[in-house]
Design a protein around this ligand. Structure first.
Ligand SMILES: C[C@@H](c1ccc(Cl)cc1)n1cnc(-c2ccccc2)c1-c1c(C(=O)NCCN2CCN(C3CCCCC3)CC2)[nH]c2cc(Cl)ccc12
Length: 100
């Protein structure tokens, strides 16, 4: 997690409510309920990539999501887990922060 995303890291513990499309992916990965912490969202997205076998077997930091729901959400076909910026862009659009 690069320091430029301070707001993301600071708000790791806050409750967020994913939009329906993102929520569907999290449930596919075994998540329960409709509110999570950012940490949990990241964990379940990681599980989703594993379950759907979207990562490149040779270069395991590359994720091929062009033919998957995840790709539609991210608006890209491939990304590296070493450059999380497209991910944070998607999460900003698809996570509603709950200020409880
Ligand atoms: C540091 C962390 C990360 C977390 C956030 C970001 Cl924005 C980048 C990177 N990370 C490092 N590699 C992965 C990864 C790589 C390939 C397949 C699945 C996960 C992850 C991701 C996790 C995660 O919760 N990771 C737990 C430990 N990972 C180690 C790698 N493991 C490998 C096991 C062998 C096969 C390849 C994955 C899986 C569990 N959640 C993610 C969600 C997405 Cl949208 C993208 C990537 C990840």
């Amino acid at each position: 997690l690069d320091p430029s995303n301070r707001d993301m890291q600071d708000s790791e513990g806050d409750a967020v409510r994913p939009q329906p499309d993102l929520l569907k992916l999290l449930h596919t990965a075994g998540a329960k309920g409709d509110t999570f912490t950012l940490k949990q969202v990241m964990y379940f997205l990681g599980q989703y990539i594993m379950v759907k076998q979207l990562y490149d077997k040779q270069q395991q930091h590359i994720v091929h999501c062009g033919t998957d729901e995840l790709g539609k959400l991210l608006g890209i076909t491939t990304f590296s887990v070493k450059d999380p910026s497209p991910l944070y862009e998607m999460l900003k659009k698809n996570l509603h922060k709950i200020s409880c």
